[in-house]
Design a protein around this ligand. Structure first.
Ligand code: ZN
Length: 138
């Protein structure tokens, strides 16, 4: 078994491997696979299957690619678009999870996300990032 992993390690040397874009492609391909279970139109089913295979092909191509500069550039472009969406989703999740104990605020100066205890009344909030103070009523 160890020999097997060593062989894979040697094979992957100088190749790009995994990144966030590849993770996203894999996730998307999984979602498409699940959705396709409920598609009963034969033609649509095959078209979705081809799209899924193309995604998997792209995933393998990117993982085994030796053009690391190009793949990193793709990943950077992807992260630029994807990270704000991901942060928004994570923040919404935290807001719902902590809704009893905390309030999430945005600093009016630097737009950083702040978190205060959910206690009724006026609060003097100091942003830990830019040190500006502001008042917030809960
Ligand atoms: Zn601030």
């Amino acid at each position: 078994m160890r020999n097997f992993f060593e062989k894979i390690m040697i094979f992957m040397q100088g190749r790009y491997g995994m990144d966030s874009l590849n993770g996203f492609i894999m996730g998307l391909s999984f979602v498409i696979w699940v959705v396709n279970i409920f598609v009963f139109n034969r033609l649509a089913h095959y078209i979705i299957m081809v799209v899924q295979l193309l995604l998997i092909g792209l995933f393998i191509f990117r993982m085994l690619s030796r053009n690391i500069t190009m793949r990193s550039a793709e990943n950077r472009i992807f992260r630029k678009a994807y990270d704000p969406v991901k942060n928004r989703v994570q923040l919404t999740y935290k807001r719902i999870r902590d809704r009893k104990d905390y309030r999430y605020l945005k600093c009016p100066v630097c737009k950083a996300q702040l978190c205060v205890k959910n206690i009724k009344g006026k609060h003097n909030v100091r942003c830990p990032k830019c040190r500006s103070e502001f008042e917030k009523k809960i």
